[in-house]
Structure formats: structure tokens, C-alpha cells
Design a protein around this ligand. Structure first.
Ligand code: AMP
Length: 507
């Protein structure tokens, strides 16, 4: 093997095997403007042949590959040369369960440093502890940076938000510095999300990533005075984050110049559809001049694809794992409980050290039910529980979230408000007290028990009321090796027999 081989395309020396600097300590410090090793920050003299990262020595190359845990620590699959990129991309995608569709999909990246991001943004990522991109970021960030429109599907907690914010911050900051005469009062990017909570969370992350760059944000959500939001926009912002309803209101009553918007993001598209927001989304989209479109959705249905088709001519599709299957990181336990026994069963679980794993969320279907159940839990078990749902004023919702995330309250009783996108890093357990109406929603809800692939658990109360979901529920439970309650299988097979019988009669 060559000690230093050359990439035919870019003529960059590749680090392929021995002969070059072995140890990080053998390498000097970088001079101003020189590349830095992504592991130890010494002079990044070489480029790692597998990841395209700047690297100082073989030692750091090994550390990099181990950290990314993508390839086995043997030489079996490392090839250098112009064809390695394809092989490398395919291999990386298959290892990380990354699926792509579409023309000219760029290769996935193993580090943010290989994305050509502004140095301040790299620093902000480092400060935030984002040492390595998550799988969705590995593929979605370079795809979005390439300017293509994108439909991305990934499990909740997979790092979806940064997948669109990193390209937004990068492109907006660059645009402002390359076009100093652009009107700073014209926003450059627009993110729409279905709930106020999600918007607040997206804005917090955007601020953190855009720190020190020409990058300001405005939040346009209900619950806060419109005048303040408008004032902020008119002062000049790069990114507006909002809910569709409030933004339509604002646009109807006031003039906001949207002609420079070059990136349009819809977060949680499936939820937007469910809540009937798509007409408002389209209304907003029509005010823009053909921006790049980035769609993120935990589940991808025909309707979601249709929305994509009406916003962009061509899209790259990226998904992590098979779309619409439960995260393997969540251990599911389904318990057959008659409707009348559910409260009692819940109290038993909450008072059992073996079963209750706080911080936890109890998912219920009705708002009134959430309040009543939270009170009952506190009275009967002595465990502090609070409820959260869409009818509570925003301030109260914020207070509840603060008590929960701060560790004061170990249990939250929630309706679908928390089922989506909102960052519940602390949650380790979800108890599904009421089965949601669809399996997709169920998959979403239990996804709250795992963030960034950490292990979590979900306990599901199931009974005849959700009979229509049994066949799909059996599949969801089986996909994670969970036990199936016998009532579920017997009802499912009798349903199957019944439908077979009907089919035979039809013939
Ligand atoms: P999201 O799926 O966007 O809600 O992100 C889930 C959580 O992961 C958030 O708290 C993010 O701050 C965090 N996060 C996102 N990307 C990374 C990363 N590359 N490394 C570490 N944490 C991350």
C-alpha cells in the first residue's frame, strides 16, 4: 500500500497506512489557518481515507474510527482511491441504517469539520458537546448544504433539529458576509413547527448554534404579544421560527418582506397534517420565491410525500432505520388491563421500585383526564405529578416543564402535546395509559423514552378498546422482541380468521 496516496479527484494526500506520523505527540501544533486534527487539534497534516477528516497521525485515525464505531477495527474494508467514496458511503449507510433515495445524494459525513462550516459554527457545535454528528445529521447536513430539497424521516430524539439548523446557520451567515448590501431586515430562512413548545425549543438551539455569527432569530407563536414579534422582525433577523397559524395572522395584518427567504423548513410534517395546518403552510409557502425546502417528519406517509411533492420538484429522501417502526432503544412491555382497572394498575406500577423508572411520562388521550389523573396519582401514591396539555396557558406549561426537567417533579401526565418533537432529554419511561388512535402515534409517544439512542422503557395498557390496532401493534411489539399478551394474539388471530372467512365468501 502507498504510504501517502493521492485522491484522483481532489489531489489531497490520504492517510492510508504506516510510515506517516504514528503518534499524535509526533505532530506539531497547527499554524494559523492550517487544518487541525479533529481528535487532538494538532496540525491536521493528513486526511483520513475513510472519513475525509483532517487528522495528524495514525493514532488519531484509530481513535476517530473507534469513536465513530462504524467499522470494525481491522483492515478488512479500508480501500483508498477514487472508488472508495462510493464504497465508503454505501458501507457507512448500511452500518448506520441510513436509507437514501434521489439523484446526486452527497456522501454522508462522519464529522462536522468535513462539512465546510464557518469556524464559529464549528466552535458552537463543540461547545454544545456535539462531538460527532448523529446518523440523520451525517446524511441530512451535507444533503441540505448541497442546496437540494429534502424529506427526512428519523426517530424522535435523533438530532433532527440540528440537521436543519446547522445548514441554515451556515448558509445564512455566509450569505450575510458575502452579500454585505443585502437588506438585513429581510429574513433568509423560515422554520414552521406545529406547537409553541417545539418552536421555543428550535429557537433555543438556533441561538446556541448561531452565537457570534451574523444570525438573529425571531419567534412567532401564539401566547406572546404580536407587536413584540413584529418589532423584532423589523429590527432584522435571519431566521423566523413559528407556528403556521400565528405566522399567517401576522402576514395578513402586517408587511413582512419574505422575498429573500432561501430555506423553508417544515418540522413534524405528519403532525402538521394531523392538525390541519397544511393550508396555512401552503399560504405561507406561496409568499416565498422558490426556496430550498427541508421537510422533517417522524413518520412518512403518502400524505407527507404529497406535501413534499407540492413544495419541491425534486427531493432527496433520507431515513434512519425503517420508517414507521419503533426505536429499538425502547423496551416495550404491553399489559392487558380492562378499562376500569387502569388507574389501579397505574398506581401499582408507580409504587413498585421494579417497575417505576422516573423521570417518566404518563400518556393520556384527554385533557381533562390528564388533570384528574395527575391529582389522583399525587393523592393515592404520594408521588408528585403534574399535568400538561394544550388548554393550559403557555406560562403554566413552561412552569410545568421547568419543574419536570429540573427534577422537582418525577412524573408528568401528558396529552399529545408532548408526544411530538419537544425535547424531553430526561425521560426514561413512558407509560401509555390510553392507547393513541394510530400505531404511528404510538411509536412516536414511546419514542419519548429514548433520546439519542439511550435505553428507555415503555409500558402500554392495552384492552379491547383499541382492537382495530391489534395486528399492527403485534408487529410493533414483535419488532423489538417484546412479549405479546395472549388476549392480543387470540383476538388478532380470530380477526384474521374472520376476515379470511369473509374473503372466501366473497369469492
Ligand atoms: P432532537 O432530535 O433534535 O430533538 O435532538 C435531541 C437532543 O440531542 C437535543 O437535546 C440536542 O441538543 C441533542 N443533540 C443533537 N445533535 C447532537 C449531537 N450531534 N451530539 C450530541 N447531542 C446532540
Amino acid at each position: 500500500m502507498d504510504l501517502k496516496s493521492m485522491n484522483e479527484d481532489s489531489c489531497v494526500p490520504y492517510l492510508s497506512d504506516g510510515g506517516i506520523k504514528q503518534k499524535s505527540i509526533d505532530q506539531r501544533s497547527p499554524l494559523p489557518g492550517e487544518p487541525k486534527c479533529v481528535i487532538c487539534c494538532r496540525y491536521g497534516e493528513y486526511i483520513c481515507d475513510e472519513t475525509n477528516d483532517d487528522i495528524c497521525s495514525l493514532e488519531c485515525k484509530q481513535t476517530l474510527l473507534k469513536k465513530t464505531r462504524v467499522f470494525p477495527a481491522t483492515d478488512e474494508c479500508f480501500y483508498v482511491g477514487s472508488s472508495s467514496t462510493d464504497y465508503y458511503s454505501l458501507r457507512l449507510r448500511s452500518k448506520l441504517d441510513i436509507h437514501v433515495q434521489g439523484a446526486a445524494v452527497p456522501p454522508p459525513v462522519l464529522s462536522f469539520t468535513s462539512c465546510g462550516l464557518p469556524p464559529k459554527l464549528l466552535l458552537n457545535l463543540e461547545t454544545a458537546g456535539y462531538d460527532f454528528p448523529t446518523p440523520i445529521q451525517m446524511q441530512a447536513v451535507p444533503a441540505a448544504l448541497s442546496g437540494s430539497s429534502l424529506l427526512a424521516s428519523a426517530h424522535t430524539g435523533s438530532g433532527k433539529t440540528a440537521s436543519f439548523l446547522v445548514p441554515i446557520v451556515s448558509r445564512c451567515a455566509r450569505f450575510r458576509s458575502e452579500h454585505p448590501s443585502s437588506d438585513p431586515r429581510n429574513p433568509l430562512a423560515l422554520v414552521l413547527a406545529p406547537t409553541r413548545e417545539l418552536c421555543v425549543q428550535v429557537e433555543a438551539q438556533a441561538k446556541m448554534l448561531g452565537k457570534g455569527l451574523p444570525f438573529k432569530t425571531a419567534l412567532v407563536v401564539g401566547g406572546d404579544p404580536m407587536s413584540g414579534q413584529l418589532y423584532r422582525i423589523h429590527q432584522g433577523v435571519e431566521l423566523i421560527i413559528g407556528t403556521p397559524g400565528r405566522l399567517v395572522d401576522l402576514l395578513a395584518k402586517h408587511t413582512i418582506e419574505l422575498e429573500d427567504v432561501m430555506m423553508f423548513v417544515l418540522d413534524e410534517v405528519d403532525c402538521m397534517l394531523q392538525r390541519g395546518f397544511i393550508d396555512q403552510v401552503m399560504q405561507i409557502f406561496r409568499a416565498l420565491s422558490q426556496p430550498q425546502v427541508l421537510l422533517f417528519s417522524a413518520t412518512v406517509s403518502r400524505e407527507v410525500e404529497k406535501v413534499g411533492g407540492s413544495l419541491a420538484k425534486e427531493m432527496i429522501l433520507v431515513s434512519i432505520g425503517k420508517p414507521n417502526t419503533p426505536s429499538k432503544a425502547v423496551k416495550q412491555l404491553a399489559i392487558w388491563v380492562d378499562a376500569k382497572q387502569k388507574k389501579q394498575k397505574l398506581f401499582e406500577i408507580l409504587t413498585s421500585q421494579n417497575h417505576f423508572k422516573p423521570p417518566a411520562v404518563v400518556y393520556v388521550s384527554s385533557r381533562a383526564g390528564a388533570d384528574l389523573l395527575a391529582n389522583a396519582i399525587t393523592v393515592v401514591t404520594g408521588i408528585k405529578a403534574l399535568s400538561i396539555h394544550g388548554e393550559k396557558p403557555m406560562r403554566e406549561r413552561r412552569d410545568v416543564m421547568e419543574s419536570f426537567l429540573g427534577g422537582e417533579v418525577p412524573l408528568l401526565v401528558s396529552t399529545g402535546v408532548l408526544g411530538r418533537g419537544v425535547d424531553l432529554l430526561v425521560v426514561r419511561q413512558v407509560i401509555v395509559f390510553d392507547m393513541p388512535n394510530t400505531i404511528k402515534e404510538y411509536i412516536h409517544v414511546i419514542g419519548r423514552a429514548s433520546r439519542m439512542g439511550d435505553q428507555g422503557s415503555a409500558i402500554l395498557f392495552v384492552n379491547e378498546e383499541s382492537k382495530h390496532l391489534f395486528p399492527d401493534l403485534v408487529v410493533a411489539l414483535k419488532s423489538c422482541g417484546a412479549a405479546i399478551p395472549k388476549q392480543l394474539t387470540s383476538l388478532t388471530s380470530s380477526r384474521e380468521m374472520h376476515s379470511n372467512k369473509k374473503r372466501r365468501v366473497g369469492y
